[in-house]
Design a protein around this ligand. Sequence first.
Ligand SMILES: Cc1cc2nc3c(=O)[nH]c(=O)nc-3n(C[C@H](O)[C@H](O)[C@H](O)COP(=O)(O)O)c2cc1C
Length: 227
Amino acid sequence: MNRREFLKISGMGAFTLFLSGCGLAAIGGDKKNAASAAPEKGSVSGGKNMKIVVINSSPHSDSESTSKYLSSRFTEGAKSAGHDVFVFDAAKEETHPCSGCDKCGMDGPCVWNDAIEQKLMPKMLEADLLVLVTPLYYYGMSAQLKTIVDRFYSRTGKLHNKKSIIIATAYNSADWTMEALSAHYNTLVRYMEWQDAGQVWGIGCGSRSLVERSEFGDMAQKIGANL
Ligand SMILES: Cc1cc2nc3c(=O)[nH]c(=O)nc-3n(C[C@H](O)[C@H](O)[C@H](O)COP(=O)(O)O)c2cc1C
């Protein structure tokens, strides 16, 4: 494969040239910074007993992390609605970045037989909904989450057509704080052919006390409960 081209593979194994034709401008100016966007109940049809995979990526402990606080509130809501939730804590697991060897041929398995391959990938492949959870690091996702996103490469086609949610926290509260991460997430949703099922942009949440006092916990729980 020409590594300058990013190819996407369909579930049938057909390759399609993608990025060269991608209309990046179309996702550029949508939301300067949305605090959150939670679809109304019923607007994202997940059905009952959805299989949900939550991917946490903060290196902070469960009791200190602001993003894990919001993801736990989401999980509480989703479980109350009867859904099955599997939580993967990327910072606590042995993971490796994609080495770009292309031995997977974008259709697996990956040469890294680590926690992503053994524990997370089987759950992601059967999941209805993936929840990406990250602290904002230099206006993007954490390296821990990006490591996992890059490993989607080994099963790109098989991970299409899922629902997705993003939950992020940041210290800053300026209206542009989440702009770059939001653009990245929206592009990922488009490329992976996912259906966005909610976004929680926790600005001004640089500590546990700040996030617990914010409106974002209730927002995350409501998104989970309304699925
Ligand atoms: C390496 C690093 C980079 C960060 N970059 C940003 C940033 O670009 N913008 C921002 O508002 N906060 C930034 N922060 C602050 C975190 O996003 C914030 O403290 C967040 O609440 C941490 O979430 P967590 O407790 O779940 O890890 C950064 C923190 C670290 C450690």
